[in-house]
Design a binder for this molecule. Sequence first.
Ligand code: GLN
Length: 314
Amino acid sequence: MTSNSEMERLKRSLPEWVEESRGQAAFGAAASYIPELAKAPNDALGIVVLGRDGDSASAGDTDLAFTLQSISKVFTLILALIDRGEEAVFAKVGMEPSGDNFNSMLKLELVEPGIPFNPLINAGAIVVSSLISGNGPEEKKERILNYFRELTGNDRLGIHSGVYRSESETGHRNRSLAYFLKENGVLDGEVEDVLDVYFHHCAIEVNCAELARMALLIANDGRDPLTGTGILPRRFVQIAKTFMTTCGMYNASGEFAIRAGLPAKSGVSGGILAVVPGRYGIGLVGPALGRKGNSVAGVHLLERMSRAFDWSMF
Ligand code: GLN
């Protein structure tokens, strides 16, 4: 089957599949530990699949705006790698799945040398935020926002101030992780400044089409498929894609890799960025989360699509 006819089939099938997967939202709930996130419509589900030629298939609640949350971690990792290089970044954050929840403290004390297991768990992403260049938190936040504006092609991209404030006020667990990392000598700089940068990039607001565009950049090894321009270094995109495969869906990454077989990254807003390597970028949102913190309806839909089209990362 040519990818062209596959896109046509996607366009035809997606509306029905979205409605079928939407029912899965009943088995989950929107995150509430960041109080503002609990306001999201529980049974919303929207998806955009973007091809290299700019053609796309979409269905459901694609107008819903949502915050990147952990999805931002993939791209802040790439930015830190650009700023500092591989050696400096991986001196402070590991490369292994943690097997624990995304906000766990457990292994920081249990396993020497006390660096976070990987850059996609909260502890790791907080360290990554500390490695991004800039003079003080305001300059770093602006730099990161401009970077995401370039990635999404939307120069009006901004943050959801309610979510940002809500997390700054209630992020006690992330605060404790950060102070612990400071004590371990892993985190440089003022802890509150680093956290501010971290909360800020988690609160960047996007829609499914913007997420799909970011995903397509990853799918296309960092090149804009339409212009051929290199936006992100290929090596760092490969690193990011590998982390997405091993750690992107939190503690359900192994199961997702088996069932859907795609590199992906989820966020507690219910967003998922998924990649069909070399072919499509997928952005979806479904706020109701399952036990392991991933969109239940979103995971259901991706598994179905992947089976129907025989997609695979290999
Ligand atoms: N901002 C969220 C947090 O730190 C991101 C976590 C997530 O999406 N898993 O808890």
